[in-house]
Design a protein around this ligand. Structure first.
Ligand code: GDP
Length: 197
């Protein structure tokens, strides 16, 4: 699979407006500022595929990208954690997000992006629980790994692995750095396995 040939297909403003799709998709989620856009850009070697540092409070869209000429798509789910978003909107988003994870037939897995310095936030825990409840394969990217020394980074990875151990083989964890391009190969291998299974 040639991830560098990934292109934007369409957006949806709501989960209820997600396009009908016969192929397979993998979704990327993460608290805002975790480094999700940078990870998608590193994965595809494109600087502008997913916009980094979006305006807080702006309407968030679900973006669909197609990998080359394949029936495989990457879905960029809106990150949240913006202080400025009204609580009612956050709750509505969470409701829609859980429905998406639960009901989206073509969804093969969820990549959850966390800042390695702030792993397992409340948002992350909620996502992990949903993945668990829906039996959805989960791959956790501990990004910005370049910000920690090797020892603390490994300790965090172990701690996160422990936290998802109850999911067995359904949950995996890796370190990632968009800045250093570390972990890109491992991520691609993982996505390809999900797509092809
Ligand atoms: P998003 O809101 O989750 O999409 O986060 P972004 O990708 O926009 O990243 C948020 C901030 O973290 C930006 O200033 C990025 O430059 C920075 N960032 C993202 N990934 C990394 C990384 O791997 N290493 C370092 N040092 N900074 C990163």
């Amino acid at each position: 699979l040639i991830y560098t040939k990934t292109r934007f297909m369409q957006s949806a403003a709501k989960f209820t407006q997600c396009p009908q799709w016969d192929g397979v998709e993998i979704a990327f989620a993460g608290r805002s500022n975790a480094g999700k856009s940078s990870a998608l850009n590193a994965l595809t070697e494109q600087t502008k595929l997913a916009r980094t540092s979006k305006t807080p409070g702006r309407t968030q869209l679900i973006n669909f990208f197609q990998v080359d000429e394949t029936p495989y798509r990457l879905v960029d789910l809106p990150g949240y954690g913006f202080a400025k978003v009204p609580k009612a909107i956050k709750i509505e988003w969470q409701k829609q997000l859980s429905t998406y994870l639960d009901k989206r037939e073509c969804l093969r897995g969820l990549v959850l992006v966390m800042d390695i310095r702030h792993p397992m936030t409340e948002f992350d825990k909620t996502m992990v629980d949903w993945a668990h409840e829906s039996n959805m394969p989960l791959h956790i990217l501990l990004t910005k790994a370049d910000k920690l020394k090797r020892g603390p980074a490994s300790a965090t990875m172990l701690q996160v692995r422990k936290a998802v151990a109850n999911m067995g083989d359904l949950a995996t964890v890796q370190m990632f750095s968009s800045l250093k391009n570390d972990g890109v190969k491992e991520l691609r291998k993982h996505l390809t396995k999900w797509f092809m299974d």
